[in-house]
Design a binder for this molecule. Sequence first.
Ligand code: ATP
Ligand code: MG
Length: 468
Amino acid sequence: MSEGAAKKERPRSFQAIRGVRDLLPDQTSLWNFVERIAHETFATFGFGEIRLPLFERTDLFARSIGEDTDVVSKEMYTFLDPPAWLEILEKLGTVKDVDRTATTFTIKNHLPNENFIAEVLSLRPEATASACRAYIEHNMQQLPQPVKLYYMGPMFRRERPQKGRYRQFYQIGAEVLGGSDAPAIDAEVIEMVMTFFDRLGLEGVQLHINSIGDKNCRPKYVELLREELQKVKDKLGPDSRRRIDTNPLRVLDSKLESEQETIEKLPRITQHLCDSCRDNYDEVKRQLAIRGINYSQNFRLVRGLDYYMRTTFEITAKGLGSQNAVCGGGRYDGLLELLGGPPTKGIGFAIGEDRLILSLQESGKAPAQQGRDVYIAWMGERAQATAIRAAKDLRKAGFSVELPPVEQKFGKALGQADKLGAKYALILGDNEVSEGLWTLKMLADGSQAKFTEPDLLEHLRKQKALSS
Ligand code: ATP
Ligand code: MG
């Protein structure tokens, strides 16, 4: 039997791509709550929302995040524009009549024989680079400084999916660009995140801080670290051994059990800061203390991204296993220049919203999903017209209303109202319509009462005010 003539089967169904999730209504109520508190909290600190594109030129990320980071070297979703693979293959005659319903393609070895010009683009793995690009592109240095921006939305990294780690994940972040690099700015940015977490009732919040110096003192420390790492090379795994040459700071970041003892004995950057970086770090800590913010110092906090300097911080929360970092941030004064902008100070953070929400759920913080307020049980043609009008008025007054599209027996309607978790059933039959007295049934205790139309609205309003 040929494949085409296969027996009648249901067509294969689809699943979301690995590492990518749907957020269903029973989850999105918590997501919306978190985002609303973020908008409110950040506004009280004078931050304005910026909406950034989901994709940019790849070299923007390569230059700002650093080519030898995991994010750039192996985690980005990169594509050509025009989306060239299929076109190139078609042009080269490797595939004829590209089948766009195919799920995979096997590309045979061959050498391209003509030029094909395309832009290299990537889905954003983070948003700091885009925010800085936007600052430069829109001449924001002409605005009163500093410019305080925040954003929220999906990021994309091709990592191994696991609890708290996804390929499409969400960040809520903020950047302070321009103006001075006064330590009070660092402290206030941290205070804003802590205030946000506090308002959400996030549990087990711990702030870790460090200073990674600047271009005066860091290179010397990195050299010292490299020398020390050479001496203990044999005790390190292959990844760390490779990083002795490429990026010794990142060895400090290692989570490998067998390396921990060795890493604890390495020289610490805080002992090798230049005078101005040390003063700066001391003042950041003093500013945190004035704000009543507790912290612990962690010399191993170097951040994965290359453009950070001086203050770096990370915040962890409970219930997340080994993916317990809910926020990472730090100062990046050199980044804007690196991207072709004027010399500009910068500090920011990114919160992992997925992890934040996981932690809230683990500690039972999920708000109850909003059920329907009113289910309208109507019967008869005249009653439907009244029901439609009632639904309109109730919705206008802010109630959540379910209006069945076809007539139902009252028994069935009440059962349905129950399943939807409605608080009230509004019963509209011929009698109710001709008398102008509507029956309202409290589904929790089965009690009911009759109301005129205006009285009913007033009654529901009062009840709602009482319960909120
Ligand atoms: P990690 O060490 O956990 O991989 P990171 O250093 O790669 O974090 P950042 O680039 O600083 O993370 O991003 C800030 C925050 O974004 C992280 O603290 C984390 O909460 C979240 N985050 C990063 N990658 C993912 C991911 N793949 N899935 C879910 N959340 C993520
Ligand atoms: Mg990572």
